[in-house]
Design a protein around this ligand. Sequence first.
Ligand code: AMP
Length: 206
Amino acid sequence: MNIVMFGPPGAGKGSVSAFLVGEFSYPHIAAGDIIREESRKPQNKVRAYMEKGELVPDTVIMQLVGSRLRQPDCREGFILDGFPRTIVQAEFLERQRIPIDIVINLEVDEDAIVDRLSGRRMDPKTGQIYNLNTMELPEGVDREKLVQRPDDKPEVIRKRIEVYKKQTSPVIEYYRERNVLLNIDGNPELGQVVGSVREALQKVRE
Ligand code: AMP
């Protein structure tokens, strides 16, 4: 089963994906991670877009994600997180005959998005994500050592939300028309959101 995780930045796509990986053992393919890896290469063309909170050009991301989805580990299914983010990208999947069975659309209020993104920090050693605004740090985690993603700064957050509204949200309608959209309230705490996703998936699979 091929699943797309959809929603605005900070909706919890990564966290819900981690749950789905446990449930299905499919690979988790996060477009943002692919872009961050690409941005570390010398003379890459993606970092400038990312740091401004803009989408990288469709041609670039389609090439990167397209080749990843053709790897053998994706044959049984995948959890695609953060792609497609434009109609052009959604059409690309269709053209490549990569069917999408379910799109999990996490709906989150704009205030909560800003709260979540501005508090998001990563432990550079483990890659673990924490949120200073919504959770207590576990014992042993040093707040001072956590780092913020450059695109989680307030002015970039605002840009990313604007880009989501203009360029990405039309994709919801695209998948609604194809009858694969599952809308999930992404506002509650993670455990509750995961519960709703599990319930909705069960209904689809019955
Ligand atoms: P994310 O970690 O999903 O928030 O993505 C981080 C950044 O990577 C985005 O702000 C974009 O600059 C870029 N990016 C990720 N996915 C896409 C996509 N599907 N299309 C274009 N740019 C993307």
